[in-house]
Design a protein around this ligand. Structure first.
Ligand SMILES: C[S@@+](CC[C@H](N)C(=O)[O-])C[C@H]1O[C@@H](n2cnc3c(N)ncnc32)[C@H](O)[C@@H]1O
Length: 219
């Protein structure tokens, strides 16, 4: 089974999907886990990824300054913040993305983030366009289930295949709770929420790909 690091995750959604399939999965975040577990490392992903891992999936690293929807703050800072702070946060976000994307010793790497603006792309070392974009509803089958949501999600992939859709929904009834989240302290958490159907597909398809790669290297 693969040794898997799920970065920037407190919810444990992706970690639990890999654990359910028998992988040696760990989550890592600067913050503690949302729920009690002995499978969460509280720390900086850039330190934790230095260990030996077969697969690293970084789920939605801080994106407020990288993503298209926030590009306006680079010319007009939100109330109480300065433009210098906005650009510094952009540099920090791009540096974290770069460190994860270019980690040399992990053979399979996935990074999940929204659509990025050009200032972010310019700052990322060895930037490539995302391998694919997915929507949660493409991985769901129940109209009332948690996956029947719209949220365009880009996946940057190295050493991993694109995800095949596993659901039967067609998107026509998909909800838009992520974009409609009302302002408040928890808004960022709702907007970065992850979905069980995509998580299960990652564990199933990427777990298998990582093991196949390992077997081929050992043969
Ligand atoms: C947008 S949230 C992603 C939440 C995730 N989708 C989940 O389901 O838990 C970004 C997360 O990245 C974490 N983070 C930021 N910088 C980090 C770093 N250097 N190392 C590890 N985690 C980091 C934040 O604490 C935050 O929990």
């Amino acid at each position: 089974m693969a040794k898997v690091l799920i970065g920037c995750e407190t919810s444990g959604i992706v970690r639990e999907a890999f654990l359910a399939l028998g992988h040696d999965a760990w989550s890592c975040d600067l913050l503690p886990s949302d729920t009690p577990t002995n499978r969460h490392i509280q720390g900086d992903i850039r330190d934790v990824m230095q260990d030996s891992w077969d697969l690293m999936a970084v789920m939605h690293p801080p994106c407020t300054r990288l993503c298209n929807s926030g590009v306006r703050w680079l010319t007009q800072a939100p109330t109480g913040r300065s433009l210098d702070e906005m650009w510094r946060e952009l540099d920090d976000g791009a540096a974290l993305f770069s460190a994860c994307w270019n980690v040399p010793h992990i053979p399979c790497v996935a990074i999940e983030n929204p659509v990025m603006h050009r200032h972010a792309k310019e700052r990322i070392e060895n930037y490539e366009p995302p391998a694919q974009t997915v929507q949660p509803w493409q991985f769901g089958s129940a109209p009332d289930g948690p996956d029947n949501e719209k949220k365009r999600t880009c996946l940057w992939l190295r050493g991993l295949p694109q995800l095949s859709h596993t659901g039967t929904l067609d998107g026509s009834t998909a909800r838009d709770s992520v974009h409609k989240a009302s302002p408040g302290a928890d808004r960022w958490k709702i907007r970065s929420k992850f979905f069980p159907g995509i998580a299960a597909a990652m564990a199933d398809q990427w777990g298998a790909a990582s093991q196949a790669r390992y077997a081929a290297a050992a043969a």
